[in-house]
Design a protein around this ligand. Structure first.
Ligand code: ATP
Length: 301
């Protein structure tokens, strides 16, 4: 994961068209190295105030390695819906989500938002519609305020303060003598992993996009921090179309829909309880994470 913390200038032009917090998106560096061709079409239009209806229509995709990751995948996500993607490691959860902001280009089919092919939108305006919160948060040396404002450079002081509080950073800020103007990073206050994540969440509150991609942490934070982050994320997801790249099944029980990906695309989808009852792949994944007791305990809920 450390590979993503290269100097910002190496990210070059793309970061300018994707201003906020994406520097840590997994494999972003490789993407930049391999996909320099993703540019605006000459007739691309500006995305404005999208509702966030998402469709993957007959989507096929594979990396250069040749092995197809998706072939003819269809998936419709309603505006405001929270969909969690689960499946074995390497099955393509992150890849599927990465097609939405056009970090990669589909080989066939199309991805649409509100019926508009994402390739018909300018990259900058498309990516303004999508907030990303990931486990590895990129912070630069500067104040907390500046790090949050990275989500929207023209934000007012009041807006930044509000975003920080909605991300549950209020207690932290109030406890620091310089508050939002506290310098973080090597020369300043060192933030914990959980605090950094809340800065990432504050950035997205500030950006206020209709669509959210949550790349869930692979390892658990301590229980209290975990709960705060989950609550902040739940607040953030409210009213937005949310795609969750789920690594730990415990956090996605309340998703509107769980989509189980397998080698051949979508193998199951539904709510947590219904999928457990279905006794299919999801139940197996669940048993693998929680043990058979976990399954029966949850099924009995
Ligand atoms: P995990 O749960 O481990 O995060 P995932 O389901 O999110 O996995 P992806 O990260 O989407 O899976 O990867 C899908 C497949 O594509 C994997 O086999 C992975 O090794 C491969 N892959 C991912 N990124 C690239 C890339 N930039 N170039 C080549 N192959 C890649």
């Amino acid at each position: 994961v450390g590979v993503f913390y290269r100097p910002l200038e190496k990210i070059g032009a793309v970061i300018e068209t994707y201003p906020k917090g994406v520097a840590g998106f997994r494999r972003y560096q490789e993407l930049l190295a391999t996909e320099p061709d993703i540019v605006d079409r000459p007739d691309a239009i500006e995305a404005r105030a999208l509702r966030g209806d998402i469709r993957f229509e007959g989507v096929s995709f594979g990396y250069d390695t040749g092995r197809p990751i998706f072939a003819g995948l269809d998936l419709t996500i309603a505006a405001g819906e929270t969909v969690a993607f689960v499946g074995p490691s390497g099955v393509g959860k992150s890849t599927l989500c990465a097609l939405l902001p056009r970090f990669y280009e589909v080989a066939a089919g199309r991805v649409t938002i509100d019926g508009i092919d994402v390739r018909d939108l300018t990259l900058a305006s498309l990516r303004r519609q999508i907030g990303i919160v990931q486990q590895d948060v990129f912070l630069f040396a500067g104040t907390i305020r500046e790090n949050i404002a990275y989500g929207r450079l023209d934000a007012s002081e009041a807006e930044i303060d509000q975003a920080a509080r909605r991300a549950r950073l209020g207690a932290l800020i109030d406890g620091l003598p310089a508050g939002l103007d506290t310098v973080v990073g090597e020369r300043g206050v060192r933030l914990s992993g959980g605090q950094k994540q809340r800065i990432a969440i504050a950035r997205v509150f500030l950006k206020n996009p209709p669509i959210l991609i949550l790349d869930e942490a692979t390892s658990a934070l301590d229980t209290q921090t975990e709960r705060e982050i989950q609550q902040a994320l739940a607040d953030l997801a409210r009213g937005r179309t949310t795609l969750v790249i789920a690594h730990r099944l415990a956090t996605i029980r309340d998703a509107d829909r769980i989509v189980v990906l397998g080698e051949d695309g979508i193998v199951e989808q539904g709510r947590h309880a219904a999928l457990l009852d279905a006794d299919g792949v999801y139940r197996c994944l669940h048993a693998a994470q929680f043990g058979a007791d976990g399954v029966s305990a949850t099924a009995a809920e």
